[in-house]
Structure formats: structure tokens, C-alpha cells
Design a protein around this ligand. Structure first.
Ligand SMILES: C[S@@+](CC[C@H](N)C(=O)[O-])C[C@H]1O[C@@H](n2cnc3c(N)ncnc32)[C@H](O)[C@@H]1O
Length: 218
């Protein structure tokens, strides 16, 4: 890939747009099966949970949460209008049942009342937080006391192997992610490192792993 293509890929991963954004959403689902399903095991959705996902992309994995119990309420926010419309299309059945909604919003300004959610999670979005302290303050405000905030990411040692991460990605090691949470009013309950099967990325097989940070507000 030349520099312009790498910049375009990075921009689509940050904020999918247009027809290419729809394709990026589908491609992310293929590359992110394990990271999504492993995170959902840790989210462990249960009866009466009110769950917020930040940056759900096209919401392909939302069904895995909602089919567990009909009392679970899921809200997805994303600042990409094409990801919102795709998520609404893919999850039409759950929206009609009243269990899911998708809202166009920026993580820095979550449009919810204080203490709205029992669990909040986000996968592969931390790289794009321009002001992490503002994001964490926003999350903390809408998370109930005793609630959990789960951040899943690909750690820096993996991300820095991808040439597109030169364009607008902030990368975190386990230690840096831990420090960020501790400095912004969260305690870290667990930092789980998982290996995944290799994935083909533009003709090359790459080793995949992810890190799940489980935090609680202090
Ligand atoms: C790389 S994709 C990850 C999608 C999905 N979570 C996954 O792991 O397969 C990042 C998603 O986060 C969204 N996003 C990035 N920054 C955001 C922000 N500041 N506010 C809301 N959504 C954001 C993007 O629009 C995109 O849908």
C-alpha cells in the first residue's frame, strides 16, 4: 500500500464514511471476531444490565449480548453516521423489540444522564481518543457506582507493526493503559492478555493478540 492508501485506511478505521466505510465495517468484523467475542465473555451481560458500547462499528456482534436475556438493554454510540445506519439495519429485530438503540454521538460528549449504565465497554477505539482524560471523565459520569468499564485494545507491540498506525493512532502497552485508568479515577480490576489465531492482512499473515482492561470507578 502506498502512503495515500495507508492514510485512507487509517481514516476509515477512525471514522468509517461512505461506501468504503460500509466495506471497512464488514472487514473489521472479519478481523475482529475473537477480540469481540472474548470481550463479550468478560462483559458477561446478565438480566437487567444496561450496557453502553462506545464505537460499536456496524454492531454485528450486538446479538451475542441481547440473545442472553430479554431484560438486557443495549445502547451503542458511534460518531460515524454510516456505522449508525448499518448497525440499525443489522440489528433491526432488536431495535423493534425495544432492547437496542444506536445513537450518533462523540465519546467526549455522551448524551446520557449520570449513572445510566451498569456496564460500559469499548473495543479498538482507545487509539483515537484525542483527549483521554475527557473521555474517561465522560464515561465515569454515565457509569453507575459499582459498574464496570472495559477497554479492549490491541497492545502497542502489535499495533506498531502495522504501517497505517503512523496516521493518527495513539498506541498503549498494558502498563500505559493501566496508568491512564489509575490517573483518571478508575481502579484496575484485571488486565487480561489473549493470543488470537493469525489473520491475513493485505496478503500477509500477522500474529494477533488483544488486551482487556477491566476497570471500576473509584
Ligand atoms: C476501529 S473501529 C472498531 C469497531 C469495533 N468496535 C471493532 O472492534 O470491530 C472504531 C470505531 O469507533 C468509532 N469512533 C472512533 N472515535 C470515536 C469517537 N470519538 N466517538 C464515537 N465513536 C468513535 C469509529 O467511528 C468506529 O466505528
Amino acid at each position: 500500500m502506498d502512503e495515500q492508501e495507508l492514510r485512507q485506511l487509517a481514516a476509515q478505521l477512525r471514522q468509517p464514511s461512505g461506501q468504503a466505510g460500509i466495506q471497512t465495517g464488514e472487514w473489521m468484523n472479519r478481523g475482529n471476531v475473537h477480540i469481540n467475542l472474548e470481550t463479550l465473555k468478560i462483559v458477561n451481560a446478565a438480566a437487567n444490565d444496561t450496557i453502553l458500547e462506545i464505537g460499536m462499528g456496524n454492531g454485528f456482534f450486538v446479538k451475542e449480548i441481547l440473545q442472553k436475556n430479554e431484560s438486557i438493554q443495549y445502547t451503542g454510540v458511534d460518531f460515524s453516521d454510516v456505522m449508525i445506519s448499518e448497525a440499525q439495519r443489522i440489528n433491526k429485530e432488536w431495535i423493534e423489540k425495544g432492547q437496542a438503540k444506536f445513537i450518533l454521538a462523540d465519546v467526549n460528549a455522551l448524551p446520557f444522564a449520570d449513572n445510566s449504565f451498569s456496564k460500559i465497554f469499548t473495543i479498538n477505539t482507545i487509539y483515537f481518543w484525542d483527549d483521554p482524560a475527557a473521555v474517561l471523565a465522560s464515561v465515569k459520569r454515565v457509569l453507575r457506582p459499582g459498574g464496570q468499564f472495559i477497554i479492549t485494545l490491541r497492545p502497542k507491540r502489535q499495533m506498531q507493526q502495522y504501517p497505517f498506525t503512523r496516521y493518527g493512532f495513539t498506541m498503549y502497552s498494558k502498563e500505559a493503559a493501566t496508568l491512564l485508568l489509575l490517573q483518571n479515577g478508575f481502579s484496575v480490576l484485571q488486565a487480561i492478555e489473549n493470543k488470537e489465531p493469525d489473520f491475513e492482512l493485505k496478503g500477509n499473515m500477522v500474529a494477533m493478540e488483544h488486551l482487556v482492561m477491566v476497570a471500576a470507578k473509584i
